[in-house]
Ligand binder design. Sequence first.
Ligand code: ADP
Length: 249
Amino acid sequence: AIDQDYALVGEGLTKVFGGFAAVKDVNLAVRRGSIHALIGPNGAGKTTCFNLLTKTLSPTKGRILLNGVDISRLRTAEVARRGLVRSFQISAIFPNLTVLENVRVALQASYGTGYHFWRSLRAVAPLNRRAEELLEQVGIVESRGTTAAELSYGKKRALEIATTLALEPEVMLLDEPTAGMGHEDVEPITELIRKVAVGRTVLLVEHNLSVVSNLCDRITVLQHGEVLAEGTYEQVSNDERVVEAYMGG
Ligand code: ADP
């Protein structure tokens, strides 16, 4: 059944800004356990679509299903509790806190209002242990005592992924994870996404097509706010309309 196969579905998504439709009747189905990319030329509607799916924007028309449940009317925090988490959702990284403290804050946020019950000295130890586990997963545990401001760009991104993992996402949405990265950071972050995607569903907006071809099972190509093509990298990269959209603009 469709609910079991697809973790996240956008149905007929439309977003109009002052008379201009940035996204028009977009249908998008993200298969459970897959890594799915949203690509397209500048202005294609990727960010708007992403913001609709993460509930950062409300659609003018259409609906969003998470595990078959309509989440269109739910707030971001409620959606996060149901397992749909956008990277950098909690906040940006706090530059003056250490790496470990940043993850601890994220864990505390994910435990929400119930956390005050645990705010005793004794409860800090398990939080620290969990934070260290997450830092180990993303490969920066040796930087635990460093302030976030001192991290390299690549390690900051890894820290952002650790804070996202703190919310225990079932569906993770990553907004241009390699944006602004030098060549040397792209490969490690790609491997990290592959690793944290195990047992999860991931949707990402990504400009770097070699990352998309390396990482993603399915690709949806947007152009002028509409779905131009959908399929494997092989399929969409051989689609004449896609080639034209990228070459001809
Ligand atoms: P992409 O991420 O693919 O570059 P966007 O989703 O950012 O595309 O934008 C798609 C179109 O919608 C663009 O033409 C952009 O100018 C327009 N747009 C995006 N956000 C707004 C907004 N808040 N108000 C008006 N127009 C917007």
